[in-house]
Design a protein. Structure first.
Length: 182
């Protein structure tokens, strides 16, 4: 089987990770003998394929791939024993054994609860960001409307005072009688 450049870069990332070494561009170039441009292209493809993920400062680590989940079920029988079915396999446990397995899976259960809680927080934050964006837009539009109304009122007041001044001059001019001396 022929090894592709992508396979070489991925295997180098896995090997460096397993040796507790940072899988940086420089380290990958050293291990594979490839040019930086080739490494960058393959790293992008591997990230897009979700085979690796960035860690810090331009270093990467492999994403462990697991087979698809199998069908699972748990049944508690009348005598208190527990039956766990996973794919084609079936495990029957006494109540005591089931408790021990349950205790040993507490970490995974807590991790799942944390992941779900984190996901809910992200969803809430995303919703709040969208509401804030809409509120900012409405506030901006309202500010523009208020400005337009204020300018219109100023124009109306200016026109009104100009008309009033003209009317006052006319009324003062016609209503005043010339003074007679004498």
């Amino acid at each position: 089987m022929r090894t592709t450049v992508k396979d070489r870069v991925y295997q180098a990332i896995v090997d460096l990770h397993n040796a507790n070494r940072a899988a940086s561009r420089q380290a990958l170039a050293q291990v594979t003998g490839l040019k930086f441009s080739q490494i960058d292209d393959q790293v992008k493809i591997l990230k897009d394929d979700r085979q690796i993920r960035p860690v810090v400062n331009g270093t990467f680590e492999p994403v462990h791939q697991f087979p698809p989940n199998r069908a699972m079920s748990k049944t508690v029988l009348a005598d208190g024993s527990v039956k766990i079915e996973l794919g084609e396999q079936c495990l029957e446990m006494t109540p005591s054994e089931a408790r021990v397995v349950g205790q040993s899976l507490q970490g995974e259960a807590m991790e799942l609860a944390a992941i779900r809680g984190e996901r809910q927080v992200y969803d809430i934050v995303a919703g709040l960001r969208e509401e804030l964006r809409v509120a900012h837009k409405r506030l901006h539009d309202l500010g523009r409307t208020v400005g337009r109304i204020q300018r219109q009122r100023q124009d109306d007041l200016f026109e009104g005072s100009a008309l009033l001044s003209t009317d006052e001059r006319r009324s003062h001019g016609t209503s005043q009688k010339p003074r007679q001396s004498g």
